[in-house]
Design a protein around this ligand. Structure first.
Ligand code: UD1
Length: 423
């Protein structure tokens, strides 16, 4: 049963100070199942302590992996993996569970993984994952809500994705590294989390060319070995804190961050009137009292990330004039709109574009978290609103932000978590 804690945010405080960005959730969620590809002990440092990471740990434990997570180093011992199933109860909690399919198939030649359903903002298909695995020689059947995949040994293939997909690229890459022969993945995702995964697989002994580009060539090997790696910083957590600072006319410095992963996002903050500077691993943002309206359209990397769309929309609710926010990656990702409207925002959605007409003030209200990034947008709006905003179902935010209320409080925000048992 997820916790029903809520947040109470009192708006108006300017955020100021320094915070350290945690390791990237979405990179960890790919590196963890990748350890299934070899027998041994791998250590992944800079792994954030999040609910999604615990869910992935539980899933790997059901397969026989021993997991320890003291501090931020995650240790995975894959010497006794014996169960190749990802049950419905875990996949329905977190779609990234589907990432175990490729490595199980690659190393053990079989996997039984619950077919993911839709998610909070609509259908999220896995057709590209399955088609690519079939091209690598797997037999795939859907039975009783499960994907049953089998092979004697995968063989290399030339795969072109119709759509650039993070998950399908990750799954195919993890399957192909142990296939016999050469695999080419065209129109591969180039998101930093995939680059991180490909780097980790190389450390495990995989032979991959074209890492970081949209065409990777993989020479299959017979065996991989366990390896250690250090995770990249979470670019979406970083962007969310920048948005929180910008929302309050604040001034913050992020540490342990990779500015090169945030080029499109930083450009938008500059267009909105923020003063942004960076070093190799820090970003400083100084926000003006009032932001200018800046349109965004999400795109695959290195474009503006869909995972920052909701936060940007919250920021624009008070920008004078009209702003448009278009999501070209997920056409239905607008669950935050009715909640932002409860705070007084003026937003209309037509197809995959939200049109935001800036208002002078937002007023605190009770709002509901519906998914991870929608919840982040509600916190940002709460920081901009007058009086207090109550955000229900913060378990969504605990999936992907490590101690967000503590980090925000350290910057001067007035945000409290109220334990569900206390209300
Ligand atoms: C990952 C991220 C998620 C982010 C998304 C886009 C993780 C754990 N999650 O999700 O936070 O919002 O990338 O950057 O890393 N598609 C298909 N068929 C498929 C797979 C995808 O049509 O088989 C479509 C999707 O509906 C979507 C697009 O491809 O329109 C991109 O989705 P994808 O990159 O696969 O997202 P995820 O890997 O699920």
């Amino acid at each position: 049963m997820p916790s029903l804690d809520k947040f109470i945010v009192r708006g108006g405080n300017r955020l100021q100070g320094n915070i350290t960005v945690s390791g990237a959730k979405n990179a960890s969620l790919a590196l963890m199942p990748a350890t299934l590809l070899a027998s041994g002990v791998s250590r992944l440092s800079n792994t954030p302590r999040l609910r999604d990471i615990s869910t992935m740990s539980t899933l790997l434990e059901t397969m026989g992996v021993r997991v320890k997570h003291p501090g931020t180093v995650l240790e995975l011992d894959t010497r006794e993996v014996k169960n190749f199933e990802a049950p419905y109860e875990l996949v329905k909690k977190m779609r990234a569970s589907f990432y175990v399919l490729g490595p199980l198939l690659g190393r053990f030649g079989e996997a039984r993984v619950s077919y993911p359903g839709g998610c909070a903002w609509g259908p999220r298909p896995v057709d590209l994952h399955l088609k690519a695995l079939e091209q690598l020689g797997a037999t795939i059947e859907i039975e009783g809500g499960y994907v049953l995949a089998r092979t004697k040994r995968l063989r290399g293939a030339d795969i072109t994705f119709d759509i650039s997909s993070v998950g399908a690229t990750g799954n195919t890459l993890m399957a192909a590294v142990l296939a016999k022969g050469t695999t080419v993945i065209r129109n591969a995702a180039t998101e930093p989390e995939i680059t991180q995964l490909a780097g980790f697989l190389s450390r495990m002994g995989a032979r991959i060319d074209g890492i970081g580009s949209n065409c990777m060539t993989i020479e299959g090997v017979d065996e991989l070995h366990a390896a250690d790696d250090s995770n990249i910083p979470d670019r979406i957590e970083a962007g969310t804190f920048l948005a929180a600072a910008a929302a309050t006319g604040g001034s913050i410095t992020l540490e342990n961050v990779s500015p090169q992963h945030l080029t499109a996002v930083l450009a938008k903050f500059r267009d909105a009137g923020c003063d942004v500077s960076h070093t190799e691993n820090s970003i400083s943002l100084n926000a003006p009292d009032a932001l200018q309206a800046v349109n965004v359209s999400t795109a695959i990397y290195p474009g503006f990330p869909t995972d920052m769309q909701a936060q940007w929309m919250a920021l624009m609710t008070k920008a004078p004039g009209t702003t448009t926010v278009t999501d070209t990656v997920y056409f239905d990702r607008f669950n935050h709109v009715p909640e932002l409207q409860r705070l007084g925002a003026r937003i209309e959605v037509t197809k995959n574009t939200a049109i935001i007409r800036g208002v002078e003030r937002l007023n605190g209200a009770t709002v509901m978290s519906t998914d991870l990034r929608a919840s982040a947008s509600l916190i940002i709006a709460g920081l901009m609103a007058e009086s207090s905003t109550e955000i229900l179902r913060v378990y969504h935010i605990d999936r992907g932000y490590e101690a967000i209320e503590l980090k925000l409080r350290n910057l001067g925000a007035d945000i409290q978590r109220v334990d569900s048992e206390d209300y």
